[in-house]
Design a binder for this molecule. Structure first.
Ligand SMILES: Cc1ncc(C[n+]2csc(CCOP(=O)(O)OP(=O)(O)O)c2C)c(N)n1
Ligand code: SF4
Ligand SMILES: [Mg+2]
Length: 280
């Protein structure tokens, strides 16, 4: 029997062995993303996948058999912006971690959302810096003991999807890795949206987060996601105290606004017509 994985042709032949720990949520997410490409019948050659540094950053690079840019910590959106503005015909997808995109990379994130740059950004929110040994992140819940908060985290955590909405993103969604099929559907939608699309994926890091937060192993964390996720429509009619501790999932925002590369092109054409500086 041929037991070849149906998505294997999307994986770079030299990179079929994953570097992720057993039970990590990253594998589920990688499959859900690739299934979206498969179902949309998209050509990976049209895309540039960009990531920073961290376990999540390994999802596209080196695994996706496509043009991938594995950049420096915190800078994938800056590189992705450069790609999109220099080569607007290429489609851009950023896949990286919560620390990478929202701690050191937070400024790039909010300004790319504000400018509505045409790219899909998928953030693996495992509430921790996984790759470097479990340091506190801006997504780490208050009270959690981590390597850098040995007496419990005293800092408030970000609602990163809320931040994306407030900063000006035009498509925003949140799922957990328990929602593998929903992730695929949402990624397909994001791929058909023009502008800054942000998808937050709550994912388990059983090694650096689960055992420290007392959430147990990957199966127990998975059960937690299943039992505590509430669809956004239902959540909107729930009293505040019932919503506490719940993970609000679903598509949170989809609006249309001018997209940066198209606006720049319009400006260039206008300046060319007027014989101004845009002629070059
Ligand atoms: C400028 C810089 N600062 C710090 C680091 C160390 N570093 C590498 S990955 C990382 C955090 C990764 O966390 P996250 O983005 O959440 O990814 P995860 O491993 O959790 O998927 C840090 C602090 C670095 N490589 N470069
Ligand atoms: S350290 Fe955590 S996030 Fe990184 S590969 Fe292992 S389980 Fe996944
Ligand atoms: Mg992380």
């Amino acid at each position: 029997m041929n037991a070849e994985h149906p998505l294997i042709h999307y994986i770079r032949p030299s990179a079929v062995r994953t570097s992720n720990c057993p039970g990590c949520g990253n594998g589920i997410l990688a499959q859900s993303i690739l299934r979206a490409f498969d179902e949309e019948g998209l050509d990976m050659d049209e895309f540039v996948f960009v990531s920073g540094i961290g376990c999540a950053a390994w999802i596209p690079s080196p695994f996706f058999y496509a043009d991938t840019l594995h950049t420096t910590h915190g800078r994938p959106i800056a590189f992705a912006t450069g790609v999109k503005l220099a080569a607007p015909d290429r489609r851009v997808m950023v896949i990286s971690g919560d620390g990478d995109l929202l701690a050191i990379g937070g400024n790039h994130f909010i300004h790319a959302a504000r400018r509505n740059i045409d790219m899909v950004v998928i953030c693996v929110n495992n509430s921790i810096y996984g790759m470097t040994g479990g340091q506190v992140a801006p997504t780490t819940p208050v009270g959690l003991r981590t390597m850098t908060s040995p007496y419990g985290n005293v800092e408030n955590d970000f609602d990163i999807s809320g931040l994306a909405v407030a900063a000006g993103a035009t498509f925003v969604a949140r799922w957990t890795v328990y929602h593998a099929l929903q992730i695929t559907k949402t990624v397909r939608k994001a791929l058909n949206h023009r502008g800054f699309s942000f998808i937050e994926i709550i994912s388990q890091c059983p090694v650096q987060f689960g055992r420290k937060a007392g959430m147990g192993n990957s199966v127990q964390m998975f059960d937690h996601y299943k039992e505590n996720s509430v669809p956004v429509r239902k959540a909107s009619s729930m009293p505040e105290e019932e919503r506490a501790g719940k993970i609000i999932v679903g598509e949170l925002l989809e609006i249309r606004k001018p997209v940066l590369d198209k606006e720049l092109e319009k400006l260039r054409q206008q300046l060319r017509k007027e014989g101004g500086d845009g002629a070059n």
